[in-house]
Design a protein around this ligand. Structure first.
Ligand SMILES: C[S@@+](CC[C@H](N)C(=O)[O-])C[C@H]1O[C@@H](n2cnc3c(N)ncnc32)[C@H](O)[C@@H]1O
Length: 243
């Protein structure tokens, strides 16, 4: 049998694959988180300006959009359905957020999450369980994970909160990836840059990136970027991850 004729793909049955009716064909159907709950998820995660957020299974893009618009995050959504991907990208462009928000049309199992500071998920417990080894492998210590209604089996939440919206209650779980990223001092040189000098002075081989960020009142991401500069200059030897 040869290739199917092109018109076959236009038949409604075939197009079900990318429609809402076919939600059951994916891991999780599309159900949107109400806006008030989205805002609370982002507040719980303490999303800071410039931080990188991933929403796994981003639906109509509402978490990504609010994270970029109201919290100043660099927000990414991963959505397997092409129609939802197109719809959410169109909305991002209409809102003028394309420089800080984007949707990746892929399966979340295939997208690297190493850059994330915050991950949000409104999936199912079974899917969270399947994603767990990937999250544990790729997410760096101190990354925050917020899930709506469904737990990550085997993880201990830092906060569990119930919030009411209209007639429905929503459960939120906040997790923090355990472990420490500890920068190891290298050679000592005179640094012109005041900001780099401030970071370098706190690198003692014991303090973690999170502690340095706390002392300086900046995001962990900002410290990581400074450490990368310092590593290029040889002032920092290595950043050890102690799990
Ligand atoms: C319950 S909805 C959540 C939508 C959005 N995050 C929110 O909270 O409003 C789950 C979404 O995950 C998407 N999805 C399911 N399996 C997926 C996969 N393997 N990779 C990426 N997206 C997936 C579905 O198409 C759906 O849009």
């Amino acid at each position: 049998m040869g290739e199917p004729p092109p018109w076959l793909w236009d038949l409604p049955l075939i197009n079900l694959y990318n429609s809402d009716v076919a939600g059951f064909m994916y891991d999780v159907p599309f159900v949107a988180t109400p806006e008030v709950v989205v805002r609370r998820m982002l507040q719980l995660a303490r999303v800071q300006k410039g931080e990188v957020l991933y929403d796994l299974g981003s639906g109509d893009g509402r978490i990504v959009i609010m994270a970029a618009k109201e919290f100043g995050a660099r927000a990414f959504g991963v959505e397997i359905r092409k129609d939802l991907y197109e719809q959410s990208m169109a909305r991002i462009k209409d809102l003028g957020l394309a420089h800080t928000a984007t949707i990746i049309n892929a399966s979340f199992y295939d997208v690297p999450l190493t850059e994330a500071d915050v991950v949000t998920m409104y999936l199912l417990t079974s899917v969270n369980e399947r994603l767990r080894p990937k999250l544990e492998k790729e997410l760096r210590p101190a990354t925050r994970v917020v899930t709506h209604d469904f737990e990550v089996p085997g993880w201990r939440p830092v906060v569990v909160e119930e919030i009411y919206e209209d007639w429905r209650s929503h459960k939120l779980f906040l997790y923090k990836i355990p472990g420490r990223e500890v920068p190891v001092p290298g050679k000592s040189i005179q640094l012109e840059d005041r900001w780099l000098r401030q970071v370098a002075e706190l690198v003692d081989g014991v303090r973690s990136v999170e502690e340095i960020a706390g002392k300086l009142g900046v995001t962990i991401r900002k410290v990581r970027e400074a450490l990368e500069e310092l590593r290029k200059l040889g002032v920092v030897d290595d950043v050890r991850i102690i799990k």
